[in-house]
Structure formats: C-alpha cells, structure tokens
Design a protein around this ligand. Structure first.
Ligand SMILES: *[C@@H]1O[C@H](CO)[C@@H](O)[C@H](O)[C@H]1NC(C)=O
Ligand SMILES: *[C@@H]1O[C@H](CO)[C@@H](O)[C@H](O)[C@H]1NC(C)=O
Ligand SMILES: *[C@@H]1O[C@H](CO)[C@@H](O)[C@H](O)[C@H]1NC(C)=O
Ligand SMILES: *[C@@H]1O[C@H](CO)[C@@H](O)[C@H](O)[C@H]1NC(C)=O
Ligand SMILES: *[C@@H]1O[C@H](CO)[C@@H](O)[C@H](O)[C@H]1NC(C)=O
Ligand SMILES: *[C@@H]1O[C@H](CO)[C@@H](O)[C@H](O)[C@H]1NC(C)=O
Length: 353
C-alpha cells in the first residue's frame, strides 16, 4: 500500500490492494453477536447531525491487519486512507485500539460500519450501526388566516427530524389549552367564533427541545348586541345611553330616534365609539329627549339593532344629610379620644409627682 499514492490511488493499485483485502474481509461472514473474541467494536453509535462520530475497535497484539469499512467500502486500512471523504480521519492505531472519526456527520452516513481484522490468518469482523439524529424542525406551516364563521379551515404543519417527529396542534384558548389534533393537519369544519385565536404546532422527538410555532385564526361574525340598557334621567341632567356589540371585524354604530339618524353636535348630543361600546350623551336632558332610541351595529357580515329607552325620573334629593351625621360622629369620637388622652396624661402626672 505504501507504493500507492495517499489520496490519489491509481486504478491498478486499487485492484491490487482490494484483492489483498478481499481475503481479509470475506463477504457474507456473519457477525456473531456475543462472540467474545476479537475484534470488539463498540455498541451502536448515536450522534446528532453535524457532530463527530468516533468508531472504536478494540484489538490486541495478535492482530496483523485492520480496516474500517462503510458497508462494503473501505474507509481506512491500517494507516492508509481509502476514503476520499475529508471528514473521515484516523484517530488511533495502536496494538490495542483502532479508531476512526467521521466529522460533521450527516443523515446519509447512517448505516452499518464494519471493523475488520486479521488474527493468525483468521479474518474477523465486528459491526456497529451509526445512528444519526436530527432535532425536530418545522419546515412549512400555514400563515395566519381570517375566515367567516361557518367555513372550513385546514392548517398544515410539516416538520422534519430523526426520529420522525410527532406533530400536534393545540388551541391556545383562554379557557383551556386542549389538544385539537395529533397530526400535521388540523381540520376545522363549520368553524365557530370561540374557535378563533392562536393555534400552536409542536414538533417533538427525543433528540432536542420541540420546535414550536403559532398560527392565528380570526373568525369573522356579524354583530351581536350584548348590552343595551334603558336609562332614567331627570330634566336638566346629563344622560348617557350605551350600547355594546361584539363583532369581528369590530362593529360600527349608528343611533336613531324614530327614523332620524343622530349625529354629534346636533340637538346637544354626542356619539362616542370606543371598541365594542358606543355611547349617546345628552348634555342637558329636556322633555323632548325622552323616548325610544335605536342602536344599530354593523359590520361587513351584517347588522343588528336594539331599542333603548331614555325615560324620565324625578330629580334626586340633595345629599347633605348623611354627610353631616358622619361628620358629627367623627367629631364626637374625636372629642372622646381627646378626653381620654388628657385623663391618662393627668393620671401619669399624679403618679409621678
Ligand atoms: C444497532 O442498530 C441496529 C440497526 O438499527 C439494530 O438492529 C441493532 O439491534 C442495534 N444493536 C444494539 C446493540 O443496539
Ligand atoms: C457511507 O456510505 C454511504 C452510502 O454509500 C454514503 O452516502 C456516505 O457518505 C458514507 N459515509 C462515510 C463517512 O463514508
Ligand atoms: C408549504 O406547503 C404548501 C402546501 O403543501 C406549499 O404550497 C408551499 O409551497 C410550501 N411552502 C414551502 C416554503 O415549502
Ligand atoms: C339646560 O336647559 C335648560 C332649558 O333649555 C336651561 O334653562 C338650562 O340652563 C340648561 N342647563 C345647562 C347646565 O346647560
Ligand atoms: C318604546 O319601546 C317600548 C318597548 O320596546 C314600547 O313598549 C314603547 O311603546 C315604545 N315607546 C315609544 C314612544 O315608541
Ligand atoms: C332593526 O331590526 C329589525 C329586524 O331585524 C329591522 O326590521 C329594522 O329595520 C331594524 N331597524 C333599524 C333602524 O335598522
């Protein structure tokens, strides 16, 4: 082998060396597990993609030839490198150990590797499996989506990894964090408004922490008026009618009295919309303001309305009385405390002198 080049092996030379190794590595010789004789390779080697794998073979001084093979391809024979792969290097070649290293291991390196030795003209082999692990990684996931209530939605989450990761979907709802699918696909038919929100896809294998990503589903639905309360106000006071509607997208509001649409600035009223809530404010309620008002909530999926009554109540009495009583109690107790304090001080005074 010394006459051959190191990396660049002429074809003729290869054949010669291969023939020389043929007797050394007979094909089809079964690896007898539990055989205590040489060579002794290690148990299966598990490494992560990108890491280095060490293939170790324990020998003794009766061994005359050694080689490491990848399937039927010789990687190293003694100190001579046969593999053209720069990631394969020799680590140890001593009378007791023969080890090589594969750097930056990739998934295609997975498989059986064989340590082959010759002792007293008897070839022996030992096999080790290189197992390559890959952390879970989500490769393709659905984008955030907006749908109308009642439609069907399919979310997709594709993940790679070794071993093959388990993919699950959870709904990160306010109530619970229930699993909704133990699959790459999450199918929701006839989606309801309470199924909106964030969904989390998680890809899990036992190599590394799970890869987790989120998708948001927005469910559109027409307005629904959740609060509309009749309100009593006396003449000359400020009156506020409020109307609350839930809707996606958010509702827009209009106020009517009979068939007349109301607007800020007209007839001493102001309309304010804040999120789900709309208020109609009367700055100075007069007799003509009493009656039924209609709050209309609209979004692109529809509209709904509610009738709210502004009714008259008699003016509330002044609230001076109770305040005065409390003040009286306070001053009375303060006076008592004062008396007690001076009494104590007085007592002290007399005891001391
Ligand atoms: C080594 O890996 C191979 C292939 O995955 C398997 O058949 C064998 O049982 C493993 N041996 C040990 C000792 O784990
Ligand atoms: C082992 O053999 C496989 C299949 O031929 C090949 O893809 C891989 O690169 C080889 N690995 C090493 C370290 O030689
Ligand atoms: C993700 O998957 C979808 C559906 O299979 C496909 O149309 C799309 O091209 C994929 N995107 C990427 C980045 O692989
Ligand atoms: C409310 O309206 C009445 C009648 O128009 C008027 O006399 C009164 O001054 C007003 N009050 C306020 C606070 O503007
Ligand atoms: C206002 O509405 C109530 C109930 O919706 C109804 O009973 C009442 O007659 C209405 N009043 C007017 C003035 O339309
Ligand atoms: C309120 O709703 C009813 C029935 O849904 C409809 O007939 C009416 O026209 C609506 N009123 C307004 C002011 O939109």
């Amino acid at each position: 082998m010394g006459v051959c080049g190191y990396l660049f092996l002429p074809w003729k030379c290869l054949v010669v060396v291969s023939l020389r190794l043929l007797f050394l590595v007979p094909t089809g010789v079964p690896v007898r597990s539990g055989d205590a004789t040489f060579p002794k390779a290690m148990d299966n080697v598990t490494v992560r993609q990108g890491e280095s794998a060490t293939l170790r073979c324990t020998i003794d001084d009766r061994v005359t030839r050694v080689a490491w093979l990848n399937r039927s391809t010789i990687l190293y024979a003694g100190n001579d490198k046969w593999s053209i792969d720069p990631r394969v290097i020799i680590l140890v070649n001593t009378p007791t150990q023969y080890s090589i290293m594969i750097q930056n291991v990739d998934v295609y390196d997975e498989g059986p590797y064989t340590c082959s030795v010759q002792t007293d003209n008897h070839p022996k082999t030992s096999r080790v499996h290189l197992i390559v692990q890959v952390p879970p990684q989500i490769m393709n996931i659905s984008s955030d989506i907006t749908v109308n209530e009642g439609s069907s939605v399919t979310l997709l989450c594709l993940a790679i990894g070794r071993p093959e990761p388990t993919v699950t979907w959870r709904h990160l709802s306010v109530k619970g964090q229930g699993f909704v699918s133990e699959d790459e696909y999450l199918e929701i038919s006839d989606i309801k408004r309470d199924q909106s929100g964030e969904y989390e896809c998680s890809a899990l294998n036992d190599v590394a922490a799970p890869d987790v990503r989120k998708v948001k589903i927005t469910v559109n639905y027409p307005p629904y008026i959740s609060k509309a309360k009749n309100t009593g106000v006396s003449v000359g006071q400020k009156g506020i009618l409020s109307c609350e509607a839930s809707a996606v997208p958010m509702a827009e509001f209009q106020w009517f009295k009979e068939d007349t649409r109301l607007a800020t600035g007209l007839d001493g009223v102001r309309i304010e919309n804040k999120g789900r809530m709309s208020t109609l404010t009367f700055f100075n309620v007069s007799e003509k303001d009493y009656g039924n008002y209609t709050c209309v909530a609209t979004n692109k999926l529809g509209n709904t309305n509610a009738s709210i009554t502004l009714y008259e109540i008699s003016p509330s009495p002044a609230v001076a009385g109770p305040g005065a009583v409390i003040d009286g109690v306070n001053s009375a107790s303060r006076a008592l405390a004062c008396l007690w304090l001076s009494g104590t001080l007085l007592a002290h005074f007399f005891i001391k002198f």
